[in-house]
Design a protein around this ligand. Structure first.
Ligand code: TRP
Length: 336
């Protein structure tokens, strides 16, 4: 039986942090063994928000690919490719854009939340909402269908985008005849990782993230500033590990000493500074294999180029097939 295809994407706007790793990356590393896996570096989508920052997007493409290779994405198993190198995606986007109303895009909960955030940032004028931004769910539907993605591993915030893709696929098939497959979302087991400040979400823009590429000195600073039980004042005060981010990260990275950490904390036998220092050393150990691989790829940029070129080539082939089928169904295959 043919393996099912996984298609997922990530916007190149910076390095991966622990939230990405535990919420998504770690899962992708497992999935690449079981499925035909495509990982898209969604530079075109990143530009919908960052069109005035091309340098940032360009640099982030490399940073992100090196991050992904460092955590164990294996180019022999997974196809890593850059969205803008596959013009077929842009063509599909144009065709699909007829099948979506503006009202439906504005009602998409993911888009709605993002528009709200933009209005808070730029005022009520709505001038910051471009045609390209409003249409990015259509382009994402093109991403998914171009590679015949059956399963899309995403976080919960992306579910409305998968639903929108399914609607486009169904409408396309109804009008032009069965051509495309509707994808299913594939939710990861750990959807959301808390930030160092106790925020429900670790996020780049929230300033509460540990990046996989952070230097040990920076990680130290971040861990030393992490939120602990604010009721604990003196070193021998008992505390509640369940509201402490330091304990949360001990647990997340699988500290084998977790039971002791918990008991000593509750009994007032563990000062927060010592506990943070232990977390720092365990964290650096946890990151060691990732750091080692990163060093290798950073020293061999030509290898990263090769991986991407090969990925782009392989991805383009599938997208060409899809586009051919789509054009045929739409009766715009004039010279076939
Ligand atoms: N929208 C996704 C994000 O912001 C990135 C993405 C682009 C994506 N294309 C995709 C995710 C296709 C899944 C499938 O994280």
């Amino acid at each position: 039986m043919k393996k099912q295809t996984i298609l997922t994407g990530i916007r190149p706007t910076g390095h991966l942090h622990l939230g990405h790793y535990f919420g998504a990356g770690q899962n992708w590393v497992k999935l690449q063994d079981k499925f035909e896996t495509y990982i898209e570096i969604a530079d075109v989508q990143a530009l919908t928000d960052n069109f005035a920052n091309p340098d940032k997007v360009r640099k982030s493409v490399r940073d992100l690919v090196v991050d992904l290779l460092s955590i164990g994405i294996d180019p022999k198993k997974a196809t890593l490719f850059i969205q803008s190198t596959i013009p077929e995606i842009a063509e599909l986007t144009v065709f699909y854009s007829n099948l979506v109303t503006i009202a439906r895009l504005e009602r998409n909960p993911t888009v709605k939340t993002e528009i709200k955030q933009k209005k808070e940032l730029f005022g009520q004028s709505g001038e910051s909402i471009t045609y390209g931004f409003l249409g990015y769910p259509v382009s994402q539907a093109a991403d998914i269908t171009a590679f015949k993605g059956n399963l899309v591993p995403v976080g919960e915030d992306q579910l409305p985008l998968i639903e929108q893709c399914r609607e486009i696929v169904n409408k396309f098939n109804n009008i032009y005849g069965k051509t495309l497959d509707a994808p299913e979302p594939y939710l990861s087991e750990i959807p959301r990782i808390k930030g160092l400040d106790g925020n429900e979400k670790m996020g780049k823009s929230l300033g509460n993230a540990i990046f996989l590429a952070d230097d040990p000195e920076i990680i130290k600073k971040k861990i030393m500033g992490a939120l602990t039980d604010t009721q604990k004042i003196k070193i021998d005060d008992p505390a509640n590990p369940n509201i402490c981010m330091v304990y949360y990260y001990h647990k997340l990275i699988g500290n084998k000493n977790l039971k002791t950490v918990c008991e000593e904390c509750k009994a007032g036998k563990r000062g927060c500074v010592a506990c943070k220092k232990e977390l720092l050393s365990k964290m650096l150990e946890f990151l060691k294999p990732i750091v080692k691989k990163r060093k290798y790829y950073e020293e061999h940029p030509e290898l990263v180029d090769e991986i991407l070129k090969e990925g782009n080539r392989k991805a383009k082939k599938i997208a060409e097939e899809t586009l051919k089928d789509v054009k045929k169904s739409m009766k715009i295959n004039y010279f076939d």
